[in-house]
Design a protein around this ligand. Structure first.
Ligand code: MG
Length: 284
């Protein structure tokens, strides 16, 4: 449960490496970090009423119960985020010790993250050792696509979970057996809300929007843009066919994060990719 959307927590998380055909190596199954924490439930309070105004007091108890319930939910969320932040710092130290640059890529579903990754790897794999963690609720599809480029990749399936957390990334990164001075790209679950709250220990957070989305995304989902270092505006080859106003999108994004840097590109046509490649090379 991430507190915001109350996503489920009973499915468990699966971390797998792609193999040949349908034979996937099943590495690890574990439950969400918060499993085992008490679930909030309504409380029954018994009071003696000697003034006869039972109805009135019953109403007050109900209000108090709601308040208590709400406090418990906030505390549970704070516990989950606190634990995540501690693990994220451990990840950060682990990556820094190896000289690995970790990049957390976040976006709504369908922004073209995996295609961007494929094209980036194809262009730079002779210069930069890449390692990839793929986050999706279900399927090995994206990990298979990365695997086809010859790049080490691990798929994390979050089940009903709507984001990656630092614990999942820690386990997945260890399975990858990272080498020194590599770039680790973490493709988060497609979701512009919950992943913004979960630090994974990354050096950079990159938010991707595509021109087939609304150009007011930065105003609608400010936390994701506020916590990102870089914004990629993808699918620019489609600009003639959509109402997306790039200038307006950038203006909105700068309102929530005046330090945000932008790359406008099309992973599909290749336009604008050079600047993104140069930025990636410059991180090392
Ligand atoms: Mg993907």
């Amino acid at each position: 449960m991430c507190g915001t959307c109350g996503c489920g927590h009973d499915d468990g998380v699966h971390i797998r490496k792609p193999g040949n055909g349908n034979e996937h190596e099943h590495i690890h199954t574990h439950n969400h970090e918060h499993d085992g924490l008490p679930h909030s439930h309504p409380h029954t309070h018994t009071h003696s009423h000697d003034d006869g105004h039972e109805h009135h007091h019953h109403h007050e108890d109900e209000l108090a119960g709601h308040h208590h319930h709400h406090d418990r939910e906030i505390r549970l969320e704070q516990d989950v985020l606190h634990k995540n932040n501690l693990l994220a710092e451990r990840n950060r130290g682990y990556f820094e010790g190896l000289g690995v640059i970790a990049i957390n890529m976040v976006s709504a579903p369908g922004s073209g993250k995996t295609t961007l990754l494929e094209r980036t790897i194809e262009a730079l794999k002779n210069e930069i050792p890449f390692f990839i963690i793929e986050g999706d609720q279900q399927t090995m599809h994206d990990a298979e696509r990365i695997h086809a480029t010859g790049t080490p990749v691990v798929q994390v399936n979050t089940g009903s979970g709507c984001h990656l957390d630092a614990g999942m990334v820690n386990k997945a990164a260890r399975e990858l057996e990272l080498t020194e001075n590599a770039i680790l790209i973490i493709e988060n679950v497609g979701n512009l809300v919950c992943p913004s709250m979960f630090d994974l220990g990354e050096a950079y957070r990159v938010v991707i929007i595509s021109v087939t989305e609304g150009d007011d995304k930065p105003l609608k989902y400010p936390d994701m843009f506020r916590t990102s270092d870089l914004c990629i505006i993808n699918k620019t080859d489609l600009l003639p066919y959509v109402d997306f106003d790039t200038g307006r999108a950038k203006d909105y994004a700068l309102r929530v994060n005046h330090k945000l840097k932008f790359f406008e590109l099309s992973a599909r046509s290749g336009e604008g990719m050079e600047a993104w490649h140069e930025w990636l090379k410059g991180t090392r």
